[in-house]
Design a protein around this ligand. Structure first.
Ligand code: LIP
Length: 270
């Protein structure tokens, strides 16, 4: 059966760049904010409009594919391709005018993620991967692309670790206890606010590892492929519906030691 991945990457780029450009240049002075799972789990009209734009671009070229997006849910399709879309990952950062947010688009072929694109327009960067063909970072200003590789770190005490927190108070209390356990054992912690971007920063060696529990498939599908293709050990990051499961992406040299600490401390419901 032919592998359509070669056709999917250009379309993923087109959709991600269009949504990124829209979000960056059409942001209104005042955003209309609604809430979802908690009073701090926000969604704006820009999240929804960006997803509509992505759906329109994909469906025009590949009308038989299904699309599963954070805001409009999962549709049906007759083809073997399912698109998994987070139109605006890091909504709180976007709301506050901070630059760390991204557009995340993955294409699954026969149940396995084959293509992943994460666009971070405020950083002028696009991260991308095709399964089995490595991971690339594209500077959207110069259009120069370069291969990405995870860091070579082997000592957890020297590691810069990214993480994130859920929107429910009881979940955040547990996650705070885990960070308190981990913090004395590592170089430092970063909470950047976009899971898709965190995974790409692991791929690029800008942080040594990232872990978070309670993420959704749309947060991680593209970034997990990009991190894997850059040599990371990735635990979780599946396209299963959200659970309290742990997503962990790490440079190989600290994957076992980091996993042992966060799981023993109770992250990921384990
Ligand atoms: C966000 C994730 C982030 C997590 C936030 C939130 P959203 O996704 O990317 O890693 O810590 O709580 O879930 O809500 O901006 O799409």
């Amino acid at each position: 059966m032919p592998d359509p991945s070669g056709d999917l990457l250009p379309l993923a780029r087109l959709a991600a760049d269009a949504a990124a450009e829209f979000l960056l240049t059409q942001r209104p002075v005042s955003l209309t904010v609604a809430t979802k799972s908690s009073p701090t789990d926000v969604v704006t009209q820009m999240d929804r409009a960006a997803e509509s734009l992505i759906r329109q671009i994909i469906s025009e070229q590949r009308p038989d594919d299904s699309i599963w997006g954070e805001e409009a849910g999962e549709g049906t399709g007759a083809s073997e391709v399912r698109w998994i879309v987070d139109p605006l990952d890091g909504t709180v950062n976007y709301l506050y005018g901070l630059p760390l947010w991204s557009v995340s688009i993955a294409a699954e072929v026969r149940g396995a993620v084959a293509v992943g694109v994460v666009s971070a327009p405020a950083l002028s960067l696009r991260y991308e991967a095709v399964r089995g063909h490595g991971a690339t970072c594209v500077d959207r200003t110069t259009m120069i692309s370069r291969p990405m590789r995870v860091s070579s770190i082997a000592d957890l005490s020297q590691a810069l670790i990214a993480t994130g927190f859920g929107y429910r108070s009881e979940q955040r209390e547990q996650q705070a206890r885990i960070v308190a356990t981990l913090l004395p054992q590592v170089r430092d912690i970063r909470r950047l606010g976009s899971a898709a971007l965190d995974l790409c920063l692991v791929a690029d060696g800008r942080v040594d590892a990232y872990y978070e529990s309670g993420l959704h498939a749309w947060d991680v599908a593209a970034g997990a492929l990009i991190a894997t293709e850059a040599g990371a050990i990735v635990r979780g990051g599946t396209t299963d519906p959200a659970t309290d499961a742990l997503t962990l992406a790490s440079a190989p040299g600290i994957a076992a030691s980091l996993s042992a600490v966060v799981v023993a401390a109770g992250e990921g419901g384990a």
